[in-house]
Ligand binder design. Structure first.
Ligand SMILES: Nc1ncnc2c1ncn2[C@@H]1O[C@H](COP(=O)(O)OP(=O)(O)OP(=O)(O)O)[C@@H](O)[C@H]1O
Ligand SMILES: [Mg+2]
Length: 504
């Protein structure tokens, strides 16, 4: 299904069609649909597949072996009966020939050794019963033998066999044996029970197997699909799926988590960039106008100072007040321009120690020096940095002023610079720490947003400018702070000159 708001040729190269149901993967402008839409869950399909794949062939194999086994049992009974019949009829030929009933009964008595036999009878050439043996009263052989009786008749519960008594091509009579198929049926039943037990065992095993597979295969996929739905329906990018295994599905979970984090990051970045662009446009126009007006104010102030009589101190102090406020306005305009100006940094090899010293000097002028102590610790092994000195000095000034302003009754600030290594890359780690009141997590989350301030006279641009300058150097600025326990701002400036050149 193609989302209504996109025409075929408007699809991105690859991505998901958000909004609207269902969700299909799009690659190179093509929407990939599942071949068949079914309402069956993966779990049901798995169980059905395992049943079909394991139980059907196994059932067929068991049915075939059962049929074969029953067939073999019946064939064995028939062959045993035929063999006994042949032996007894061989022994009975002379008894029939000499009409010796005693010998005939003697040879028939040997049948009692065979459990399944119910009776045996010898008939003379005319078909009349000559001698008989039977295992019980209920088993009585017929008086005359039906001339058309089949040689073998296996129709449960009896097996009847008819054996001609022949010697030297002369037929003397017939031997008729009847065996019971009860033990054959009992063995068949036992076999069938075993097969049924085996089949049931296999079904239980297949079910347990399908259940285990569900944990391994369908459960992680179901979780992934639930998480995807939550992302697309609620735009909730904080969703993460738990990795349950180290296989392809585990990898898929990892990839999903990375993808969602990346989407969230890109979205935040997009919002930030849009905000920056809007602020940049507005500030460029505003700064231009305000600067023109300020130029007139500064010139007029100078002219007024020259003309005012030295004996009118109240006029001078008023003029100084106007001058200070005009200076403050000028600084705000500078900050705005720094923040909005997209100039790339002009890098030069610079000793960070000098930049720190110069920033400390500027920042100290903003507070009464007696109440503050600013210490500097620079690792002598730190090489000169390829930086825009003005930008990094300004960033340090902003951090230092914030640190000093956080401690209105005084305190100490430490600036440290050390070499550091992160994921194999070399950095200069420049930190500004104070022992002020620290900040809450809410303040920390919004620190770097332009115009965020908790101060009555602040513009909220100081840290936005710091971030802007550090990122222009392909670096990163972070904060470590706890309410009541001071704050440390950390700038990570890359030392890898080749990487810097490729960025700038
Ligand atoms: N060292 C610090 N200790 C505690 N809070 C701080 C510290 N540095 C910054 N903050 C908090 O971060 C907020 C934003 O700082 P940011 O420098 O961007 O603006 P600002 O100092 O308020 O105004 P300005 O534009 O004049 O610098 C501050 O208002 C303050 O609440
Ligand atoms: Mg500030």
């Amino acid at each position: 299904m193609q989302p209504a708001h996109l025409k075929g040729d408007e699809y991105p190269a690859a991505g998901f069609a958000f909004g609207g149901e269902p969700l299909y993967l799009q690659i190179a402008g093509k929407t990939l649909k599942p071949p068949v839409e079914t309402a069956l869950s993966i779990r049901t399909k798995l169980i059905a597949l395992i049943f079909a794949g394991v139980l059907v062939p196994l059932g067929a194999a068991l049915a075939y072996s059962t049929w074969q086994e029953v067939h073999t049992l019946r064939r064995d009974l028939v062959s045993e009966s035929l063999l006994i019949g042949r032996i007894v009829s061989d022994y009975s030929a002379s008894a029939l020939n000499f009409e010796d009933q005693h010998s005939a009964e003697e040879s028939l008595r040997s049948l009692s050794k065979h459990q399944d036999l119910l009776f045996g009878a010898l008939y003379d050439a005319s078909g009349a019963r000559f001698a008989e043996w039977h295992s019980g009263a209920s088993a009585e052989p017929p008086v005359r033998l039906d001339a058309n009786a089949p040689a073998i008749d296996l129709s449960d519960p009896y097996l009847d066999t008819v054996h001609p008594v022949v010697r030297a091509d002369t037929r003397y009579g017939t031997l008729y044996l009847r065996a019971s198929t009860a033990s054959l049926s009992a063995r068949t039943r036992r076999y069938l029970w075993n097969v049924a037990g085996l089949g049931l065992g296999m079904a239980v095993f297949a079910f347990a197997f399908a259940f285990a597979l569900r944990r391994v295969v369908s459960l992680p996929i179901t979780r992934l699909s639930d998480a995807t739905r939550q992302v697309t329906r609620n735009n909730d990018y904080s969703v993460r799926v738990q990795k349950l295994s180290d296989d392809e599905i585990g990898q898929l979970s990892d990839d999903f988590n990375t993808m969602v984090a990346e989407i969230a990051r890109t979205q935040n970045e997009l919002v930030r960039k849009e905000r920056l662009a809007a602020v940049g446009e507005l500030s460029a126009v505003m700064a231009h106008e305000v600067r023109n007006a300020l130029g007139v104010v500064f010139n007029s102030l100078e002219a007024l100072r020259r003309r005012s009589a030295p004996e009118a101190p109240e006029v001078r102090s008023l003029l100084d007040m106007v001058g200070e406020e005009a200076d403050r306005l000028n600084r705000i305009v500078e900050d705005l321009l720094d923040f909005a100006r997209p100039n790339p940094p002009r890098r030069e090899a610079t000793a960070i120690e000098q930049v720190i010293a110069s920033a400390v000097e500027v920042a100290s002028c903003t507070v009464p020096p007696a109440r503050f102590r600013i210490a500097t610790e620079v690792d002598p092994g730190l090489p000169p940095l390829q930086i825009d000195e003005r930008m990094i000095r300004q960033a340090l000034i902003n951090l230092l002023i914030n640190a000093l302003q956080a401690m209105p009754t005084g305190g100490s600030v430490t600036v440290r610079a050390n070499p550091a290594r992160v994921e194999g890359r070399a950095f200069a780690q420049v930190e500004v720490s104070d022992d002020g009141p620290g900040m809450t997590s809410e303040v920390e989350a919004r620190l770097f947003q332009p115009f965020f301030t908790t101060k009555a006279t602040g513009t909220g641009l100081g840290l936005a400018v710091v971030r802007r300058f550090v990122e222009a150097h392909s670096g990163q600025v972070t904060v470590r702070s706890k309410k009541g326990d001071g704050s440390t701002f950390i700038m990570m400036l890359p030392l890898d000159v080749r990487a810097l050149q490729s960025v700038s």
